[in-house]
Design a protein around this ligand. Structure first.
Ligand SMILES: [Zn+2]
Length: 379
C-alpha cells in the first residue's frame, strides 16, 4: 500500500476557541486585514481588538474583488489576513493573501480562464475562521473565484495557499438560518461522499469520510430543525472540516462537476446547487456502475454510505439515494429551476460539466446522455 495525505494547516477545533483569535493573529503579524461576509457584526470585537482593516465580501468572490482586496492589503501594509465568514469570505481572504504578495493580478494565476501561472511567492499568513458548516475551505488549497467577464468560476490553486491556521468554533454557527444550514450541510455531505467514491481515495481519506458521513446523518436534520442544538452544530462543524480534508486529498465528482458551471452563470449559493444535484448524481453513478462495472469498488462504497446514512446493516446503495432524497425534501431544498435554470440551458451546462475538473475524479465516466438525465432530474 502507498498513499499521500497532505495538509499543512494547524487545526484548532472547539466551542469557545474563537476567543483565542487576537492572540493567535498577533503571533503572525501586527496589522491584520479582517475579511468578513456581508455582515461585519460578528467580527466587530476582533476588529476592535486590533484596530484592524476590514474588508467585507457580499456574494461569492470575484476576480475584481480579490484585486481590490490585495490593493487594500498593500495600501494599509497589512501583514496577516484573517477571514471570518462562510466559504465566500474564506476563499476571498485566501486569494487576497496570495495575490497581495504575487503582483496583485488574480488573472495571472487563475486556472481555465486566466494564465494559470503558479503562485511563486509565499502568501501572507492566512487564518481561516468558518462561520458556516459546509465548504471546508479552511483546510483546502484553492479559492474559487467568479469572473464577470468570462461567466464561469475557476480556481486559484497552490499548496502555498493552505491556511496557516483553521480555527473552527462551532459556536459561530449557532445563529445560521435554516436554509443556510441545509445548503451548507448538504455541501458538506457531498464533499464527504464524492471523495469517498473517487478513485483517489486512500485509507486516511476513507476514515475521515466514514466518520464525517456518520456525523451528518445524525446531526443535519437536528441542526436544521433546531439551530440551537449545540451537539448537532458541533457535529456539522466537524463534518464540514472533514469534507475539506477529504476533497483536498481525493477530489470530488459529478455533483461538483455540475456546480462549477452552474455557479459561474447563475446567482445561486454553491451549497444549494450541490444539494439539488446530490441524489441525482448518486443515482446516475450507481446505475452506471451496475450497468457497466458491477464489480467496481465504488459500488461497495455506495452500499457502505447507505448503511452509514440509514443506520441499517442490510441497506442497499439505492436505499442511500432514497435517504438523501428524503433529506432534501425535509430540508426544503429547491430544484435547480428555482434559481432560473431552464430546460433550454441544460445541454450547454452538460457540455461544460463534462469538462469540469471535479468530473475527472468521478468513479466512472458518465455519458452525455447520463449527464443530461442528472441535470433534468435536478431541475
Ligand atoms: Zn462543495
Amino acid at each position: 500500500m502507498r498513499f499521500e495525505f497532505a495538509t499543512a494547516t494547524r487545526i484548532v477545533f472547539g466551542e469557545g476557541t474563537a476567543a483565542t483569535l487576537p492572540e493567535l493573529a498577533r503571533s503572525f503579524g501586527a496589522r491584520p486585514l479582517v475579511v468578513t461576509g456581508a455582515s461585519t457584526e460578528r467580527a466587530a470585537w476582533l476588529v476592535a481588538a486590533f484596530e484592524a482593516e476590514t474588508f467585507s465580501v457580499s456574494g461569492e468572490p470575484t476576480v475584481e474583488l480579490v484585486r481590490a482586496g490585495a490593493r487594500r492589503v498593500n495600501d494599509a501594509a497589512c501583514d496577516v489576513v484573517l477571514a471570518m465568514g462562510g466559504g465566500s469570505a474564506i476563499d476571498a481572504g485566501k486569494a487576497i493573501a496570495a495575490i497581495a504578495t504575487n503582483g496583485g493580478e488574480p488573472l495571472e494565476f487563475l486556472e481555465v480562464v486566466g494564465n494559470g501561472r503558479a503562485i511563486a511567492v509565499q502568501p501572507l499568513p492566512f487564518i481561516a475562521v468558518p462561520t458556516t458548516a459546509g465548504t471546508g475551505s479552511e483546510v483546502t488549497r484553492n479559492a474559487v473565484l467568479g469572473s464577470a467577464e468570462h461567466g464561469v468560476k475557476a480556481s486559484l490553486r497552490s499548496p502555498m495557499m493552505l491556511p496557516r491556521v483553521a480555527l473552527v468554533d462551532p459556536e459561530l454557527t449557532y445563529g445560521l438560518p435554516p436554509a443556510v444550514t441545509a445548503y451548507t450541510g448538504l455541501d458538506a455531505l457531498t464533499q464527504l461522499i464524492e471523495p469517498y467514491v473517487s478513485g483517489r481515495a486512500n485509507p486516511l481519506v476513507d476514515a475521515i469520510c466514514v466518520d464525517g458521513i456518520r456525523h451528518v446523518a445524525g446531526a443535519l436534520r437536528r441542526a436544521y430543525h433546531n439551530g440551537a442544538d449545540q451537539d448537532a452544530r458541533c457535529d456539522m462543524a466537524l463534518a464540514s472540516l472533514f469534507g475539506g480534508l477529504a476533497l483536498a486529498n481525493a477530489g470530488l465528482g459529478v455533483v461538483h462537476g455540475f456546480a462549477a458551471p452552474l455557479g459561474g452563470s447563475w446567482k445561486a449559493p454553491h451549497g444549494a446547487l450541490c444539494a439539488a444535484l446530490l441524489p441525482h448524481g448518486m443515482a446516475a453513478n450507481v446505475a452506471a456502475l451496475r450497468a457497466r462495472a458491477p464489480r467496481h469498488p465504488a459500488l461497495e462504497r455506495y452500499t457502505a454510505i447507505a448503511r452509514l446514512l440509514t443506520g441499517l446493516n442490510e441497506a442497499s446503495a439505492e436505499d442511500g439515494i432514497d435517504w438523501v432524497r428524503a433529506l432534501c425534501v425535509d430540508l426544503n431544498v429547491p430544484p435547480l429551476r428555482a434559481w432560473g435554470i431552464t430546460e433550454a440551458d441544460l445541454p450547454g451546462i452538460v457540455e461544460k460539466a463534462a469538462r469540469a475538473s471535479s468530473m475527472q475524479a468521478n468513479p466512472l465516466q458518465l455519458t452525455g446522455e447520463e449527464l443530461l438525465l442528472v441535470a433534468t432530474a435536478a431541475r
